[in-house]
Write a protein that binds this ligand. Structure first.
Ligand code: SF4
Length: 345
């Protein structure tokens, strides 16, 4: 059965029209789902009884079941969510001073096999549907009743641009005034650099943020860490980034996870500054790697990290150093789906 949450407002209005119901009920339904936190159709008390019964007959309300909530000492929360087909995904909320960010998974597993990422170990199982991602977002919302979710990053399990249509539809729904009304600039897609989809994204007219996982400044190191680099090597990727910036006039953030003995030497920082020099609107976000014994990943040391950052700053680059959140509950970068693949026990 189709879930009501996979529909945008126009689709819902068309369904109501086909049922000979006034289309304004679509806005009421959206308000119940996205603003008033309804968990089934019976709660929608301002809808006619007959319409509620028709909705119950034709649509299900939820595709996800929260199984467990993990709470970090830094305030980060990770939700383990069961899908109807008995797969599991994880969604994370990350508090900061003036924001609460929801980190959204877009696939069950991932096909891109990045060496520092636990989600890759599962391989690719399937894409999440729009309704499943909306449900994920609403589960996070219902678990953060004391604070409003202000930002969303599509950086959880999976490669968002590999599930392009469903992710874009999800973004358009949460962006719409009738649902969560999250401004485009508060929504980020993070990608390993799928060039054809980046070109498509640049024509969507969405003012969202794009992050590209770079993680190395030469093809040999990047291909070792991210096999996708063999399909879209650095020269092609940076060329696509340049085109994206020119077309959208939006900044790209390059994510760079610092891994001991792999990509954290001063020479790597110099190479990074060199290859990004020609990009007018870009930022580098350095991420201390999380120690993942199963993947033999070790973070660069504190001093090495600071020297790497300072080298980029001296080269005139716009650099930030990410503060890791939720490490103690395995909710940080590269740690999702480290434990729960199919059975949470
Ligand atoms: S880092 Fe992203 S693209 Fe790479 S394997 Fe993990 S989820 Fe997939």
């Amino acid at each position: 059965m189709q879930s009501i949450k996979g529909l945008n407002l126009e689709e819902l209005e068309n369904i109501l029209k086909a049922w000979n119901e006034p289309s304004f009920h679509a806005r009421q339904i959206f308000s119940w789902i996205y603003k008033k936190g309804a968990v089934d159709f019976s709660m929608m008390s301002d809808l006619p009884f007959v319409l509620r019964e028709q909705l119950k007959k034709d649509f299900c309300f939820s595709d996800l079941k929260p199984v467990k909530v993990f709470k970090s000492k830094d305030g980060t929360k990770k939700l383990l969510l069961a899908l109807k087909d008995k797969n599991f995904i994880e969604a994370v909320s990350i508090p900061a001073k003036n924001r609460l960010t929801g980190c959204i998974s877009t696939q069950v597993g991932c096909r891109f096999s990045c060496k520092f990422c636990a989600s890759a170990r599962l391989g690719f199982r399937r894409n999440l549907s729009t309704q499943e991602m909306i449900d994920e977002i609403l589960c996070l919302k219902n678990n953060s009743l004391d604070r409003k979710l202000t930002h969303f990053v599509f950086m959880g399990i999976g490669e968002p641009l590999d599930n392009y249509d469903n992710v874009i539809k999800t973004i358009r729904i949460v962006n719409s005034a009738e649902s969560l009304n999250i401004g485009s600039r508060r929504i980020t897609i993070s990608s390993c650099g799928l060039i054809p989809q980046m070109k498509r994204l640049s024509g969507e007219g969405l003012q969202i943020e794009l992050s590209i996982s770079l993680h190395a400044a030469d093809n040999k190191t990047r291909s070792g860490l991210m096999p996708v680099n063999k399909i879209y090597p650095l020269e092609d990727l940076l060329c696509a980034c340049k085109e994206y910036i020119v077309k959208t006039r939006r900044q790209i953030t390059f994510e760079y996870v610092l891994i001991k003995g792999v990509n954290s030497k001063i020479q790597d920082a110099l190479n990074l500054a060199r290859i990004l020099k020609g990009l007018k609107l870009c930022k580098i976000n350095l991420i201390p790697a999380n120690s993942i014994a199963e993947l033999h990943i070790e973070p660069a040391g504190k001093l090495e990290t600071l020297l790497f950052r300072d080298c980029l700053l001296k080269k005139g680059m716009n650099v930030t150093l990410r503060k890791p959140c939720g490490r103690d509950i395995e909710a940080s970068c590269g740690q999702l789906q480290l434990r729960y693949h199919c059975c949470p026990n």
